[in-house]
Write a protein that binds this ligand. Structure first.
Ligand code: N01
Length: 535
């Protein structure tokens, strides 16, 4: 029988959330261990090292807000790439010795609650067993990658890589590459590899309504000045805006604005770049179809200016919106549209001629064409938001695996806990603001909330906490209402789980914004953790 290691808290995953949890729980004097499937810190930035992977929140908002950490760190670009973010995690590790409390190469496969001792028993793939009073799931929203069941996939004689399982080294020079998928991942890979491949074939089902990144270098001097003047303001501002960024949605009713005023606002967002045209736009973007059409028209005009070929214009920025603007995540691009004017790049519209099968030499579409390939990149996404947690065999008071519970739709209380699963929290998971918010903004808020809850329990001698079913139903209904707006008009969207065949359609994230979310969580805590049963 395996030796059992005892801790106060087991944390699953060593990305932003897991590291933040560990550093804060350490301060409470509790013994915590992170179990991490990979061989390094970074979470999504450990796994997603495909060419061109970079963050879409601008510097400095995408890092820990602890001054001890930001005062000695400088990024070189406004939107840092994966290598620099990995280096940042190594810096955090050197400074605070995170790794002494991390077990790498340790994929958690099960977590079972034992009511009689108030403890979780957690096991890893290699058979190690841990027991802890608390379980903190920091698995992120993209832990489970998705490979569609393409016919003949295993017959391909070239190389196949899913973007989030990228090899340490890969040289595209002289290769005929194919990319399936034009989500955020696909866009980043396509613009990065187009200049080096012999030929690139992009298989697009739905165009990405991308936004200009406006990437730029940032000098250490400029950053030092910003640190003195603005960093604390940026970090304090994060819980005050819808998306945890330092700019916000504009609540002005469209009816109270003029077309000229709106056009000037669009121009301003476009020129400043980043996510502003989306998360700094008028709030009605997500509920007012007529206004959404106006936003789309502006977007289409800007994009078409960069595409000389009218056929390509229609494929990449069609006259009819493929879905309301912003109800699927827009990717930030740098030279994406220019790529398609290169003579070595072909765009295949698989909404017209679907992928029929993968052959030993390439990919066949339903119009009979065979596209010859040496390497096939799957930028086909993830079983987002729920996949990471549901792939662990988690059983609570009733012994039912959480995956079974969630087969009919995810339910939670406050997007961080689940009825029947005591002393279990998740950070940046189902029904939290997740990717409607800048990652570290919502992660730090929830992680601090959980840490304060553990402190409250310790001080008040409380050994278990679990949400009531009533509170869970009420909260989940509130989250579901968020899908009433324009969100469901996209045919496939990971926001609603419709990117995965057979997954229940529901809004998986809290879409009311950070301030509303923080208020719900803080109100519960202020009332002695209202909605929870404490023992
Ligand atoms: O995944 P996606 P992603 N046949 O699901 C296509 C974050 N992220 O990895 O749109 C053919 O968005 C699918 O087509 P369609 C970010 O939150 C951030 O790109 O369903 N095609 C789509 O084009 C993002 O939103 C960054 O018609 C198929 C693509 O594959 C989230 O992760 C970078 C198919 C999947 O797009 C997910 O992004 C990367 C099939 N059977 C990711 N199945 C940053 O910039 C799927 N597709 C920080």
């Amino acid at each position: 029988m395996a030796h059992t290691e005892e801790y106060d808290v087991i944390i699953v995953g060593a990305g932003f959330a897991g590291v933040h949890q560990l550093l804060n729980i350490r301060k409470l004097g509790l013994a915590a261990k992170i179990l991490e499937a990979g061989n390094g810190l970074g979470g999504t930035w450990y796994w997603n090292r495909y060419p061109g992977a970079r963050v879409d929140s601008e510097m400095p908002i995408y890092q820990f807000s602890d001054p001890e950490l930001w005062k000695d760190w400088t990024f070189s670009e406004y939107y840092p790439g994966w290598k620099e973010i990995q280096a940042y995690f190594r810096y955090v590790d050197e400074k605070l010795d995170v790794s002494r409390d991390v077990l790498y190469n340790s994929r958690v496969v099960s977590a079972h609650w034992n009511d009689s001792v108030n403890r979780w028993t957690v096991t890893t793939e290699d058979g190690r067993v841990f027991r802890a009073q608390f379980l903190s799931l920091c698995t992120g929203i993209g832990a489970k990658h998705h490979i569609p069941e393409f016919k003949g996939l295993d017959t391909f004689e070239g190389e196949i890589h899913h973007a989030s399982r990228w090899p340490e080294e890969y040289d595209f020079t002289g290769k005929r590459a194919g990319v399936i998928g034009t989500g955020s991942t696909g866009v980043q890979i396509i613009q990065e590899i187009a200049p080096v491949v012999a030929h690139l074939t992009v298989f697009q089902r739905t165009p990405n309504l991308t936004l200009p990144m406006r990437q730029r270098k940032i000098s250490p001097e400029e950053q030092e000045q910003l640190k003195e003047d603005l960093y604390p303001v940026f970090y304090n501002r994060r819980n005050q805006t819808f998306s945890g960024l330092f700019y916000d949605l504009d609540p002005t009713p469209i009816a109270d604005t003029t077309p000229e005023e709106r056009t000037l606002a669009f121009e301003d967002h476009w020129e400043k770049g980043g996510l502003r045209f989306w998360l700094g736009n008028y709030k009605e973007l997500f509920s007012n179809q007529a206004f959404n059409d106006e936003v789309y028209s502006f977007w289409r005009m800007k994009v078409r200016e960069r595409i000389p070929d009218p056929h390509l214009q229609e494929k990449l920025a069609p006259m009819q919106p493929p879905y309301p603007f912003g109800v699927k995540q827009p990717s930030l691009e740098q030279r994406y549209y220019e790529v398609y004017s290169q003579s070595n790049v072909t765009l295949v519209d698989i909404s017209k001629a679907a992928i029929e099968e993968i052959t030993p030499n390439g990919l066949k579409t339903s119009d009979g064409a065979e596209h010859k390939l040496d390497v096939l990149v799957l930028a086909t996404g993830f079983d987002m938001v729920t996949g990471g947690i549901a792939s662990i065999d988690i059983r609570g008071q009733d012994g039912i695996p959480i995956k079974e519970k969630w087969a009919d739709g995810v339910q939670s209380y406050l997007g961080l806990a689940s009825a029947m699963y005591p002393n279990m929290f998740w950070i940046y998971g189902p029904q939290s603001p997740c990717s409607f918010s800048n990652g570290p903004s919502s992660i730090e808020f929830t992680s601090e909330w959980v840490t304060a809850c553990l402190k409250y329990m310790k001080v008040n001698n409380i050994s278990s906490i679990v949400p009531s079913l009533e509170a869970q139903h009420a909260y989940s209904e509130l989250v579901d209402q968020g899908s009433d707006a324009l969100w469901s008009k996209a045919k496939t969207s990971w926001y609603l789980g419709t990117n995965i065949y057979g997954k229940k359609e529901q809004m998986l994230q809290f879409s009311g914004g950070m301030p509303a979310y923080a208020k719900l969580c803080n109100d519960s805590a202020a009332k002695g953790y209202d909605g929870f049963t404490l023992k």
